[in-house]
Write a protein that binds this ligand. Structure first.
Ligand code: ADP
Ligand code: MG
Length: 481
């Protein structure tokens, strides 16, 4: 039965997850994408995985030379032991003079298709990569003829029980659609250049005959030695029942102002202008969570921010102590080199592999600035927040903004979907610039409506008196919560 088709792994675990198990055994898969999207790299990875598992692997190259292929594999550190690489040049056999490309004949095309199938048969290959179909297509007189030959190739490869990747450059003449309909499965690779930063790559399973797969686009990256696929997040697929917990700030006066601790699984936006103390406040919660034995993940897009607050981070490490497992996971992210998919994947790894229960994103602006072109960003963030909440993970999102909250603009728009908002701002008094803190929103339970003075100290933060009244030193206005 079609639904029961056996699957085989690709060598990229997350791609297997998107494929809900892997490629279809003994079927023909089309991997299509423009030059440079990573088809050859994917093909090589697929075969090195096969060789690892002791399968017979064959790379038929019609475009690149064996030497070029070996160089690519080498650059990734992938051994090609046990993989046969054969160059097939699209010229007719038996010393017959090749027809010109302008006047290909049916027999030339079918001769090429036969030679491909014959090689697979002779080698008795279980895994086959054919790179690329462009050369085959060039021999086709018309599209009907091309399609007929591809179906013939598919038939012969199926008889031989090979699991095949056909690589195809999308050279926009509309013929890719014929190829799509003539194969069992199609994966499209796409690469987009952004105004700055690294190329952004994403892939999509277009079809997988008789099989389930995760639809939609998934970001991926080619790193030296591996291809990383970041399956898009579906919040409702995730759920974690964990014990109820709360995250205190470790500063009684702040907990008093907020009306208690941050509820486990809630999301809080900390907003305010640059330098006002948002990161310090977030780190203060992080430190107290670490001290309570929780795992904490801190994503920073601005490294200088965090080094400025190194004292708090230092406390964190002291508390972890030598030899004890790490509880504070600091991730420095270069926003110009990461896609939303990869970022969300990093968050997921901390949550699912490390059991992190507090995630801090500092700041969301640095991130938004770079991926502004993403229309679905708010949707993705919404999905991320729902995911964190389903997983009972507490989130603190730092957002820089200069004036009043304007929810028609990012990142303030995000505050609509967070449970709580803590606002930090500057004010002037007695010719001095001072800092103030207030709670703008809290979804559950009461909070103080005071605007209090905020003091940044070596140890973190302290809350002073109501502003407007002469500001006493911190600690002299104990809050009655
Ligand atoms: N050793 C490597 N480390 C990291 N990235 C690499 C490495 N080798 C190639 N790449 C990336 O892979 C891309 C080329 O992929 P390739 O498989 O040749 O594409 P295609 O076959 O679709 O034309 C290049 O754009 C390059 O960025
Ligand atoms: Mg290639």
């Amino acid at each position: 039965m079609a639904m029961d088709l056996k699957r085989t792994v690709t060598g990229i675990p997350e791609l297997d997850a998107v494929l809900r198990g892997g490629l279809l055994c003994h079927r023909v898969h089309l991997i299509e994408g423009r030059p440079g999207t990573g088809k050859t790299t994917l093909g090589l990875r697929y075969l090195t995985k096969g060789a690892e598992m002791g399968e017979t692997c064959l790379y038929l190259t019609l475009s690149e030379s064996e030497e070029e292929l070996r160089a690519t594999a080498d650059s990734h550190g992938w051994p090609l032991d046990g993989i046969r690489i054969e160059e097939i040049m699209p010229v007719p056999p038996d010393g017959m003079p090749p027809q010109t490309i302008l006047l290909p004949t049916d027999s030339e095309l079918s001769a090429l298709v036969n030679r491909i199938a014959d090689r697979v048969a002779e080698v008795d290959a279980q895994r086959v990569v054919i790179d690329s179909m462009v050369e085959v297509r060039l021999l086709a007189r018309d599209s009907a003829n091309y399609r007929r030959q591809i179906i013939e190739l598919r038939r012969r490869l199926a008889e031989l029980q090979a699991t095949v990747l056909l690589l195809d450059d999308l050279t926009s003449d509309g013929r890719e659609f014929e190829l799509q309909s003539a194969v069992h499965a199609v994966i499209t690779l796409e690469q987009r250049e952004h105004s700055f930063g690294a190329a952004r790559r994403r892939l999509r399973v277009v079809k997988l005959r008789g099989g389930d797969f995760q639809s939609g686009w998934h970001d991926y990256a080619i790193k030296t030695g591996e291809i990383l696929v970041f399956p898009s997040l579906i919040a409702q697929e995730h759920h974690r029942d964990s014990q109820a917990y709360e995250i205190f700030s470790g500063v009684d006066s702040l907990d008093g102002l907020f009306g208690g601790a941050l509820g486990g699984g809630s999301s809080t936006m900390v907003i305010g202008p640059s330098g006002v103390g948002k990161s310090t406040l977030a780190l203060r919660y992080a430190l107290s969570a670490v001290q309570a034995g929780h795992q904490v993940g801190y994503f920073t897009f601005d490294e200088s921010e965090i080094t400025l607050r190194s004292r708090l981070v230092q406390h964190m490490h002291e508390d972890e102590g030598a030899g004890r497992p790490r509880r504070f996971h600091l991730h420095r992210i270069n926003p110009s080199r990461i896609s939303p998919g990869e970022f969300i994947w990093n968050v997921r790894r901390l949550v699912e592999d490390q059991g992190v229960c507090l995630i801090i994103i500092d700041s969301i602006n640095s991130y938004l600035d770079v991926i502004r072109e993403e229309k679905s960003l708010l949707l993705q963030m919404n999905e991320l927040f729902s995911y964190l909440s389903n997983m009972n993970v507490t989130a603190i999102i730092v957002g820089a903004h200069s004036a009043d909250l304007d929810t028609s603009k990012e990142p303030d728009a995000l505050s609509i979907i967070t449970d709580n908002i803590i606002s930090l701002r500057y004010y002037e008094q007695d010719n001095t610039v001072r800092k103030a803190i207030s709670i703008l929103k809290k979804r559950q339970g009461p909070h103080s409506h005071d605007i209090r003075a905020l003091h940044l100290t070596d140890a973190g933060i302290e809350i002073g008196g109501r502003i407007g009244t002469p500001d006493a030193p911190p600690g002299e206005h104990p809050l009655d919560s």
